[in-house]
Design a protein around this ligand. Structure first.
Ligand SMILES: Nc1ncnc2c1ncn2[C@@H]1O[C@H](COP(=O)(O)OP(=O)(O)OP(=O)(O)O)[C@@H](O)[C@H]1O
Length: 328
């Protein structure tokens, strides 16, 4: 049985029609309501131990889906089971199965030191004293939370707070971890610590992870599988490399000609030739028709080459393309 199973999930909200002109804000209160379908027949299954990137443009329906998976929001129709439980119907039992981190807001007690927040979580989940100590030691190895255990949450830097939040979310060893924009606003060092921690929890404890993020490095480093939604519907579900191939099927060899090379002859079969402003020449090819090795060998036989490199499609470009399509 999959760890997370989502079938024909729908969530509709009633929203006032947008109003414009004078006193628009006040008139909005009486504006007729319309139904917005934030999540539209979404379905997917996640196996234990998978890390899935749940992606989509702003307003695509990511957070609403995660809220239904965590049990905070009840769907309009459709079913969800997480480790065999319906999240909104079995809230208490379900809470033991999941950990949640929202990058935008903390789950910890703002005025209390991290230590007190973690001890409160320990007591809420009835974690034994020895387990608590060993888990804090384990978390500290990557997150270095012991450095600021006695600082109130409100005085922590964002990076420290997020490390504390992750420790709090994983303290009861949940089977599933939901992360909503976990690295937003963090510096590179803090981002890396978070990613290392998530990868390690997944590797050591087979924690199933669902992550929404606009940070493509999070995805590249953590997720092999992507579920992409657009206007509430799943438009792609598969591995990262196929996603790149589907949206950016071309690769290119970029050649810097030698000083005396006759650039007019640089080319290769099954490759389109583009002259770049910096004097380099791109040979763009479809990997289904030819290979980088063949393109390089032919180009090298046509002229003297000073340097070359192969450009792989970047996830960032793929996602930019998809999000731009979604906005049209
Ligand atoms: N409580 C709510 N009441 C009314 N409409 C809502 C509510 N929550 C979400 N929506 C609407 O549902 C749609 C999807 O929103 P959602 O927050 O799930 O998107 P998202 O993909 O998480 O976007 P973002 O990346 O901007 O967080 C949007 O049109 C949003 O305005």
């Amino acid at each position: 049985m999959p760890m997370i199973e989502v079938v024909e999930l729908v969530k509709e909200f009633r929203k006032p029609q947008p109003t414009t002109g004078r006193l628009a804000g006040v008139r909005q209160l009486w504006a007729p309501r319309r139904t917005v379908r934030a999540v539209d027949q979404v379905g997917f299954a996640v196996e234990r131990g998978e890390i899935v990137g749940y992606l989509g443009a702003n307003g695509a329906g990511k957070s609403t889906t995660i809220k239904m998976l965590t049990g905070i929001v009840v769907p309009t129709s459709g079913t969800v089971t997480v480790n065999g439980l319906v999240p909104w119907a079995n809230r208490k039992k379900h809470a033991y199965n999941i950990g949640v981190v929202f990058g935008q807001k903390t789950q910890l007690w703002f005025d209390l030191p991290l230590r007190v927040s973690l001890e409160t979580i320990r007591d809420l989940y009835r974690i034994g004293a020895a387990d608590y100590v060993s888990r804090i030691d384990e978390f500290d190895e990557v997150l270095q939370i012991k450095d600021f255990m006695d600082t109130p949450i409100r005085s922590l830097s964002l990076g420290q707070r997020m490390r504390g939040d992750l420790a709090g979310a994983m303290l009861h060893r949940p089977q599933v971890l939901y992360l909503d924009e976990p690295t937003v606003g963090l510096d590179v060092v803090a981002k890396q610590a978070l990613r290392d921690f998530i990868a390690e929890q997944n590797r050591v404890h087979s924690t199933t992870v669902m992550i929404t993020t606009h940070d493509m490095d999070d995805i590249e480093q953590l997720c092999r599988r992507i579920v992409l939604i657009d206007r509430g519907r799943v438009v792609y579900d598969g591995d990262l490399s196929s996603l790149k191939r589907r949206y950016l099927p071309f690769r290119e060899v970029v050649i810097t000609p030698g000083a005396n090379a006759d650039t007019a002859y640089i080319g290769a079969k099954h490759a389109d030739r583009l002259e770049n402003a910096d004097g380099t020449i791109s040979l763009r090819f479809d990997p289904e028709r030819t290979s980088a090795a063949a393109v390089i060998a032919q180009a090298a036989s046509t002229a003297d080459i000073a340097d070359l490199h192969v450009n792989e499609p970047k996830l960032e470009d793929v996602v930019r393309l998809i999000y731009a399509e979604a906005e049209r």
